[in-house]
Design a protein around this ligand. Structure first.
Ligand SMILES: N[C@@H](CCC[C@H](N)C(=O)O)C(=O)O
Length: 297
């Protein structure tokens, strides 16, 4: 049996996150363990943020990101804020540099408890998203939902924020569309060789948009930070908004700034729920809260 490691169950605007402390160890959270953990009601998560010892000079940690289906992701904005809150509480530090499969990113906690993450520079080239077909103009690719002669949705914009995003622009309330039906179909569409996060966005003003996301490997979520960044930059790129946008997702709001140097800064909250110990190989876990109560899974 593997030695158990500390975890914190957290959320970023309702995006369910499990921060797992893998520092000082050579093993990893296995995909099978992730699937087992995600299947439980109490531990269900959208992403695991597995915090490992730093692998590059100048970084504080390497973070491996796993989706609920055990697949890997290159970016997770809401999860990164959760990691910052957990490490800030532990160390008293406020600024961190992390390495993920998607690149190196800086993050800091502010006096008011909100956290900003520099999500890096988005990529718009078809082969960096990636798409399986060459598209010169990725502001509106040929992809549609529904009948060829009368699609319900078409011509989405695409981008990579370290992970692939596809955003459909809609006119009506984002709750009035059946994203739970077409999200999974498009996540697995052959145009996306690495699958994709599928969002619908409604621009509500020069600096505001509403967003719902079907996340690759996790399904419908209350918030997706990297999708909020992708939607904000794509809204600006297509002339729909300015560069500073408040993105309202089912779980609340995120402030997104697309700086002139190309970096996207996402600011929002993180929330701790409970802590415990888990086995990164099997997914067995036990809860430990302030009152000393325990529940096992
Ligand atoms: N919830 C995340 C994004 C998680 C990764 C995504 N499902 C993927 O596979 O790319 C966020 O807050 O950014």
């Amino acid at each position: 049996m593997t030695t158990r490691v500390p975890f914190a169950k957290m959320n970023g605007l309702g995006n369910a996150i499990l921060v797992v402390d893998m520092r000082g160890r050579d093993d990893r959270v296995l995909p099978e363990a992730a699937v087992t953990l995600a299947a439980g009601a109490e531990m269900h998560f959208d992403q695991i943020m597995a915090v490992h010892d730093a692998r590059a000079a100048g970084t504080d940690a390497f973070i491996a990101i796993l989706n609920a289906d055990g697949s890997e992701a290159g970016a997770c904005g809401n999860g990164t804020r959760c990691v910052v809150q957990a490490l800030a509480a532990e160390t008293g530090k406020r600024a961190f540099t992390f390495q993920t499969a998607g690149g190196v990113l800086d993050a800091k906690e502010h006096e008011d408890g909100t956290i900003s993450v520099d999500m890096g520079v988005p990529a718009f080239e078809w082969d960096r998203i990636p798409l399986s077909e060459e598209f010169h103009d990725t502001t509106q690719i040929e992809l549609q939902v529904g009948p060829i002669d009368g699609p319900a949705h078409h011509s989405p914009s695409v981008a990579s924020m370290g992970n692939p995003h596809c955003v459909f622009w809609v006119e009506n309330d984002v709750w009035s569309y059946d994203l739970d039906r077409f999200g999974p179909l498009l996540e697995h569409h052959p145009i996306f060789p690495e699958r994709a996060n599928i969002s619908i966005a409604r621009v509500t003003g020069e600096r505001a948009l509403d967003l719902r996301t079907w996340e690759r490997g996790a399904g419908l979520t209350k918030a997706c930070g990297s999708a909020a960044c992708a939607a904000a930059v794509l809204a600006n790129r297509t002339g729909r908004t300015g560069r500073d946008v408040t993105v309202t997702v089912p779980g609340g709001s995120l402030a997104i700034e697309w700086r002139e140097d190309g970096h996207v800064i996402m600011t929002g909250p993180a929330e701790w729920e409970f802590s415990g110990l888990l086995d990164p190989a099997s997914g067995a876990w036990e809860r430990e809260d302030a009152a000393g109560e325990r529940a096992t899974g």
